[in-house]
Write a protein that binds this ligand. Structure first.
Ligand SMILES: [Zn+2]
Ligand SMILES: [Zn+2]
Length: 265
């Protein structure tokens, strides 16, 4: 990646154990790669609290608080009140990740749906953007979004894994589409199509670190600095420079999450 490029990683899990030994170094490397903003995403109450701690410690880090569908079955009584309390922190910019995961089914589907709807309703009431996780549940997710509605503040389909027939209705609902490592893997024509056809002002980028490292780091631990590889790939699919792509996605991330911080470099 050339010097001067500016980027945002709209979805990372730096509170995970995989970063226990070198978290500060990982964030320094991200900043050196031009990453101005990292949204650290909660997947349960404890990780939501840890996300806020990271946001307090590191200037470029902001937090999202929520219950991942994998963890829906463990959501304790009163979890919505707790999420509401956590969301009052000035560096909490969204609710999530929330949604449906019918690939791993680590929580029963009815419980996933219930916990998703409840968080969506909370986001509507608080008017906070939502970070949506959808794996093999495209139709059901869209159905719930249409029934419940999305907050005026908007939201994002994180690590988008569908095709144009999902991207289009999602964008019509007002959602952003976030591209992650898989867009750099070969043989994903549907994802390449979405990355090249979606309007520039609707695209975000993310790592989902420590997972889904982009090519050629696939299989290794992912980290926010590598969002540059996602930006390069999407830029090449769209025939624009990585600088332009990075800047557009940084602006989109700021707009969606209401972050008006001054650039730090
Ligand atoms: Zn996810
Ligand atoms: Zn995630």
């Amino acid at each position: 990646m050339k010097k001067g490029v500016k980027l945002a990683d709209s979805h990372a899990h730096l509170d995970f154990n995989q970063f226990e030994r070198d978290r500060s170094e990982v964030i320094r490397r991200a900043e050196a790669a031009g990453v101005q903003l990292i949204i650290n995403i909660g997947f349960d109450l404890e990780s939501s609290r840890r996300s806020i701690e990271l946001a307090e410690k590191y200037a470029p880090v902001y937090a999202s608080v929520g219950i991942h569908p994998h963890d829906a079955k463990n959501a304790p009584g009163g979890y919505l009140e707790r999420l509401e309390e956590l969301s009052a922190h000035p560096k909490v910019v969204a609710l999530g990740e929330m949604g449906l995961d019918y690939y791993r089914n680590r929580s029963p589907r009815e419980i996933q749906q219930k916990v998703f709807r409840e968080q969506l309703e909370l986001a509507l009431r608080l008017d906070l953007p939502v970070i949506l996780h959808d794996r093999d549940a495209h139709d059901e997710l869209l159905q719930i979004l249409k029934e419940t509605g999305i907050p005026a503040a908007g939201g994002v389909m994180h690590c988008f894994s569908g095709d144009w027939t999902l991207a289009q209705p999602a964008m019509e609902l007002g959602l952003y589409i976030s591209m992650a490592g898989p867009v750099t893997y070969s043989g994903n024509a549907a994802l390449s199509e979405v990355a090249s056809r979606a309007p520039e002002e609707r695209l975000l980028m993310e790592t989902d670190a420590p997972f889904l490292a982009p090519h050629p780091r696939r299989g290794k631990r992912n980290e926010p600095a590598l969002v540059s590889l996602v930006a390069e790939k999407v830029a090449s699919l769209r025939g624009v420079t990585p600088e332009r792509m990075g800047m557009a996605c940084l602006e989109n991330t700021r707009r969606l999450f209401g972050i008006n911080q001054k650039p730090q470099y």
